[in-house]
Design a protein around this ligand. Structure first.
Ligand SMILES: C[S@@+](CC[C@H](N)C(=O)[O-])C[C@H]1O[C@@H](n2cnc3c(N)ncnc32)[C@H](O)[C@@H]1O
Length: 341
């Protein structure tokens, strides 16, 4: 790391963002240096100390000199002055809803990442039965459809019409690695197929039943089956509650990736397991302000509480998958489940 001294504005943390924006608007913020902070204050490096008098600030500030770390000038952060949070799905960068200054961020992303053709922004949480979110295009081409590459597979999808989260790639890889030859896997909430198609590719001797209620998800799933040339996935459009009877007693393994309400579908999952039982990957949302072990215990309790009397489970593992909201996480329980009647 390289450091250099610079004049700067020292301001209380609660006014940091407002002063940062005012300095940036007046071209007084040095974007080649990394902003510093301690417990109470933020230190914003200045281009021209003497020009500060020309701008009006509501917050109390102090001008001082400090050592600052020099940023990598080629990074987006060097252009925008902060590190924007975004996901990349195919050739679309999707900014988190709280990212400020979206136009500057979008043009920095398009300039520095030639593989990105669209910059969009999340405009809502994931919502509704289809688990979709509203998104807005900020810059680049006017489209929300793309092809995303993950774990060696390709998924065509429309971010405005289906659920897709690239942050689950490692989790999908983990589940696929546990599937054995000859297994029948039911993906109860399959979306465009990132669990189903990966499993089908990795274990060609398996059979995957992929169910989803969203017709757009099924349309893309069918396209992705062709795109990835897998022949062992059957796509079923419908409410799993209505289609589960057709698959009664057939599954060795069931994936329940509907974290907000998977517990409401455990009865259907157990009905679809083979008479000798099988494995369930159960994703659930758990709130915790305590340590991680309490979080996992809560998830285990939730799973056990919602299991029907007609089953007995051995929890094989429980792990945090990702953050969902403040103090709230998605946890996956892997359980061996036996039917008792
Ligand atoms: C969280 S998404 C997961 C999609 C996919 N597993 C993935 O990793 O991208 C949940 C999916 O469940 C579907 N869904 C919700 N309720 C359903 C139901 N009752 N029956 C079948 N699918 C359902 C939604 O349409 C959505 O595509």
């Amino acid at each position: 790391m390289t450091f250099t001294e610079s004049p700067c504005v020292k301001v209380k943390k609660e006014h940091g963002e407002e002063v940062r924006q005012a300095l940036k608007a007046a071209n007084l913020l040095r974007t080649d240096l990394r902003i510093q902070h301690d417990d109470d204050f933020v230190y914003l490096p200045l281009t021209e100390e003497h020009l500060l008098e020309g701008i009006e600030l509501d917050a109390d500030i102090e001008v001082c000199h400090r050592e600052f770390e020099i940023r990598d000038r080629s990074s987006i952060e060097a252009i925008t002055g902060f590190k924007p949070s975004y996901d990349v799905v195919g050739d679309i960068a999707v900014l988190s809803s709280e990212v400020p200054d979206t136009e500057t961020v979008a043009s920095a992303i398009l300039k520095l990442h030639r593989n990105i053709r669209v910059v969009a922004k999340r405009k809502s949480r994931v919502e509704g039965v289809f688990r979709r979110r509203k998104i807005e295009i900020i810059a680049g081409e006017q489209r929300t459809e793309t092809i995303h590459k993950e774990n060696g597979c390709r998924y065509k999808l429309d971010l405005a019409r289906v659920y897709f989260n690239p942050r689950l790639a490692t989790e999908r890889d983990r589940v696929a690695a546990s599937v054995a030859r000859g297994e029948v896997v039911i993906d109860m909430f399959a979306g465009v197929g990132p669990f189903s198609i990966l499993i089908a590719r990795r274990v060609p001797e398996s059979r995957v039943i992929a169910i989803d209620i969203n017709p757009d998800a099924i349309r893309y799933l069918r396209e992705n089956i062709r795109l990835n040339r897998v022949t062992n996935v059957t796509a079923i459009e419908g409410d799993v509650r209505e289609v589960c009877d057709k698959f009664q007693g057939t599954a060795d393994r069931i994936i329940m990736n509907l974290p907000g309400s998977a517990h409401e579908y455990l009865r259907e999952a157990i009905r679809m397991l083979k008479p000798e039982g099988g494995i369930i990957h159960f994703y659930t949302v758990v709130e915790s302000i305590n340590r991680g072990d309490t979080l996992l215990d809560k998830a285990k309790q939730k799973f056990t509480m919602y299991l029907s009397d007609a089953s007995r489970a051995e929890i094989l593992s429980a792990r945090k998958v990702k953050a969902y909201a403040p103090y709230t996480y998605i946890v996956v329980i892997d359980a061996g489940v036996r039917k008792t009647d």
